[in-house]
Unconditional design. Structure first.
Length: 362
C-alpha cells in the first residue's frame, strides 16, 4: 500500500495527459482512479515516455519548458526538470539510463540521467540551432544514432557516448527538412522522410551515404520484426509498405481514409496487424499486413482540429490487450480491445491529448 493505493491500481493503468492535469485510468473497468494536478498550471503536453521497468514516466511540458517525472507507485510528480524551450519528442535509447528530450526552439537534445534526474548534456543537431527533430538508434548501431531536423536538408550522426554530432549527411537535394525516421538491421539501412523534397532517403549506415530515394513520404515506423518499414502518408490517405529484406523497395500501398497519422502493431496468430487512429474522422482503422488492407474501422471518438494547421496529429498507445487513443473533441479517451477489435469503453477525461501506459513494475 502507498498513499492508499495498491498494486492493482498503480500497475497496468493508463495515464491521460490534459492541460493542467494527469488522470490515471484503470482500463478493464474504465474507471478513473486518480487525478494529479499540483504544479501543472498551464501545462501543454507532448511525449510521455515510460521507463523500461515501468517505475517512472518522463513527460514533456512544452509550455513550461520542463520535463515532469512521475513515480508510478506513488502516482505523484517527484521532479520537474528544466530543459530547453518547447520540448516535444523524447526518447529512451536502448531502454537505458538516459532520456533524450528535444527542444525544438534550440534544435537540441537535453540528456537526462534517469537515476539522478539531472540534465547531463546538451546535443545540438541543427545547422542553425533550431528546428523540430527526432532520434533513431538501435542496438546494432552501437553508440551511433541519427537525428532529423525539419528546418535542415540534413540528417545528423550522433555519438551517444561522447554526446556530440560527428557527421552531417546531406539529403533532399538541398530542400529542407527531415522528419520521420526508421531503421532495419536486416538491410542496415536508415530511412528518413525528406519533407521539402517529398521523398524518403535510404541511407547505408555502414557508410552513412544515401543509396537511393523512394517516391513516398510520411511518418516512418518499423514492424516488430523490423523487416517492414511503414510509411504513413497522411496527405494521400495511404500507407506504404517497404520490405527491408528485399532491396528496401515499396512492395505495396494500402488505402486508409481518414488521415492516418501513427501506427501501433499487434501480432496475433502469426499475423501482423496495425492500429491507426484517424485525424479526420471519429474512428480507428485496423490494417492486416498479410492481406494488405483495412479489415475494420472501430469507433474511437473525434479530435479537435486547429484552424490554419496544415495537418492534425493523433497518437495512442498499446498495452494490456488494449489500444488507447485520445478523442479530445469528444472529451474522452477511447479504449479499444485489440483481440475483438471493438470499442471497450470511452472514458470521460476532458482535454486529453497524450496517453501513456504503465505495465507491471520490475
Amino acid at each position: 500500500m502507498t498513499n492508499g493505493l495498491n498494486d492493482h491500481s498503480t500497475q497496468n493503468v493508463l495515464y491521460a495527459f490534459a492541460p493542467g492535469k494527469i488522470t490515471v485510468v484503470e482500463p478493464k473497468t474504465a474507471t478513473v482512479i486518480k487525478e494529479i494536478s499540483g504544479g501543472l498550471k498551464g501545462s501543454v503536453w507532448n511525449d510521455a515516455v515510460v521507463t523500461a521497468d515501468n517505475r517512472l514516466i518522463f513527460a514533456n511540458d512544452s509550455s513550461n519548458n520542463r520535463v515532469h517525472v512521475i513515480d508510478t507507485e506513488k502516482q505523484e510528480i517527484i521532479k520537474q526538470i528544466e530543459v530547453g524551450d518547447r520540448p516535444v519528442h523524447m526518447f529512451n535509447p536502448h531502454h537505458g539510463n538516459e532520456m533524450w528530450t528535444h527542444s525544438d526552439t534550440e534544435g537540441a537534445f537535453y540528456v537526462i540521467n534517469i537515476e539522478t534526474l539531472k540534465t547531463t548534456a546538451k546535443v545540438v543537431a541543427a545547422l542553425d540551432n533550431t528546428g523540430h527533430g527526432k532520434l533513431r538508434y538501435h542496438d546494432t548501431l552501437g553508440k551511433k544514432a541519427y537525428a532529423t531536423n525539419t528546418n535542415d536538408p540534413a540528417v545528423f550522426v550522433i555519438d551517444m557516448e561522447k554526446k556530440e554530432v560527428t557527421k552531417t549527411i546531406e539529403v533532399g537535394d538541398g530542400k529542407p527538412g527531415t522528419h520521420g525516421k526508421a531503421y532495419s538491421p536486416h538491410s542496415k539501412h536508415a530511412y528518413f522522410e525528406c519533407t521539402g523534397f517529398g521523398k524518403t532517403a535510404v541511407v547505408d549506415t555502414t557508410t552513412d551515404t544515401v543509396v537511393k530515394y523512394l517516391d513516398v513520404r510520411g511518418q516512418l515506423f518499423e514492424s516488430p520484426d523490423e523487416k517492414l518499414i511503414i510509411v504513413m502518408d497522411q496527405r494521400h490517405d495511404e500507407v506504404h509498405v517497404i520490405d527491408a529484406t528485399k532491396g528496401s523497395d515499396v512492395i505495396g500501398t494500402i488505402s486508409v481514409a481518414g488521415g492516418a497519422d501513427q501506427i501501433y502493431f499487434q501480432e496475433q496468430e502469426g499475423r501482423l496487424y496495425g492500429f491507426t487512429a484517424s485525424t479526420l474522422s471519429p474512428d480507428c482503422s485496423v490494417i492486416d499486413f498479410q492481406e494488405m488492407q483495412v479489415i475494420k474501422r472501430v469507433a474511437a471518438g473525434d479530435i479537435k482540429r486547429h484552424e490554419g494547421a496544415p495537418f492534425s496529429h493523433r497518437g495512442g498507445v498499446l498495452g494490456g490487450g488494449f489500444f488507447f487513443t485520445p478523442a479530445e473533441g469528444d472529451g474522452v479517451v477511447a479504449i479499444i480491445d485489440t483481440n475483438s477489435r471493438t470499442l471497450h469503453a470511452a472514458v470521460r477525461v476532458e482535454g486529453t491529448t497524450k496517453v501513456a501506459y504503465v505495465g507491471t513494475r520490475q
